[in-house]
Ligand binder design. Structure first.
Ligand SMILES: *Cc1c(COP(=O)(O)O)cnc(C)c1O
Length: 226
């Protein structure tokens, strides 16, 4: 079972990247992305003391949540259809992939019906690629103004996905731009905005993302691949 060795290696790489950016390993949250993995392997990950799991499809998330129970913080990281919101709202910890005002409205409405205030991240399409979901950076201030009228969500930060490239310079500038946006938004005073999480970095780029200021990485392949 390579999961133990993989997680240990990833933790060490996270700690080193955090150090390079003047922070500590504890400042970075590792979200283990369990999409396409069976419940048996999800349980192996939990044995490693990981408390945050990410899924990108509600139909995969629901049975896994049922199987492992309430022990973990479940993160939703994929494109979320509005008609699926009500199924995940009762238990979801953080919806990282809010990419439209209409989705934010639906989340607030369903959260209200459950008697909870739902933490969300706004997904940012920093690269402007048409294939990616998310708000354009220039629209984010007006988006915050709109979501500030919604009673049952709190905007906890931003999530982004890097462009599909090996060009380290390009990756770095993508992450740096998103960090700059995050820092600017930190100064926004709004009742339901509490900028804490900058979720960026996956298997192929998480060290660069951390060096550029990420405090939450979403890792799948590096955990589950021998
Ligand atoms: C699959 C996925 C990840 C994890 O990607 P890996 O390259 O397997 O680490 C992270 N974020 C999102 C949104 C994903 O869909």
């Amino acid at each position: 079972m390579p999961i133990k060795e993989n997680v240990e290696a990833i933790r060490e790489r996270i700690a080193n990247a955090a150090k390079r950016s003047g922070r500590k390993a504890e400042d970075i949250t590792l979200v283990a992305v369990t999409k396409n993995q069976p419940v048996s392997l999800v349980k192996e990950v939990l044995k490693m003391g990981i408390g945050d799991l990410g899924e990108n499809k509600s139909q995969e998330l629901l049975p896994k949540q049922g199987a492992v129970g309430e022990r973990v913080n479940w993160h939703f990281i994929g494109h979320l259809q509005r008609n699926k919101v009500r199924y995940i709202i009762p238990f979801i910890y953080l919806i990282q992939s809010v990419d439209s005002i209409a989705l934010a409205q639906e989340i607030s409405k369903r959260a209200k019906a459950c008697g909870k205030v739902q933490d969300i991240l706004l997904e940012i399409n920093t690269s402007g690629e048409a294939s990616k979901h998310g708000f354009a950076p220039r629209d984010v201030f007006s988006v915050l103004n709109e979501v500030n009228t919604l009673s049952n969500i709190t905007v906890k930060g931003l999530m982004t996905m890097a462009p599909f490239t090996d060009d380290v310079g390009l990756l770095r500038s993508h992450f740096a731009k998103t960090k700059e946006l995050f820092d600017n938004l930190t100064r926004v005073e709004a009742s339901n905005v509490d900028m804490r999480y900058l979720s960026m970095g996956m298997t192929n780029d998480f060290e660069i993302a951390i060096e550029e200021g990420s405090n939450m990485v979403r890792i799948g392949t590096a955990i589950f691949t021998p």
